[in-house]
Design a protein around this ligand. Structure first.
Ligand code: SF4
Ligand code: SF4
Length: 100
């Protein structure tokens, strides 16, 4: 499947997407690899592996939609966390100011 998304060119609220550290972090001490989050997300953020150690990881971090946390609601084990929204908002404002 072709994917025209290019994280290097994308912006969010006027700031370069690839400078905004917003994506899920998987807590492997909680995750049981049920894959619900991967099934749910339409943006190919997650990648499954056949590896016995880590069966799921965040591959395309910049595909994650800034401020989306929707997949966390599918995780019954509370294994997904995201950055602090206020801190990211401040960062976006700063990045935007630097550009102008
Ligand atoms: S937060 Fe949204 S965009 Fe990001 S991985 Fe989860 S469902 Fe996908
Ligand atoms: S939904 Fe939660 S427990 Fe299931 S694979 Fe994703 S992070 Fe792991």
């Amino acid at each position: 499947m072709s994917n025209s998304y290019d994280a290097d060119k994308e912006t969010f609220m006027g700031a370069p997407r690839n400078k905004i550290p917003w994506w899920p972090t998987i807590d492997y001490s909680k995750c049981d690899f049920c894959m619900e989050c991967d099934k749910f997300c339409p943006h190919e953020v997650y990648e499954k592996t056949e590896d016995d150690v880590r069966k799921l990881f965040v591959k395309n971090r910049y595909n994650c939609v800034v401020f989306c946390r929707a997949c966390a609601k599918t995780c019954a084990l509370d294994a997904l966390t995201f950055p602090d929204k206020k801190e990211i908002t401040q960062l976006i404002k700063k990045l935007r100011a630097e550009k102008s």
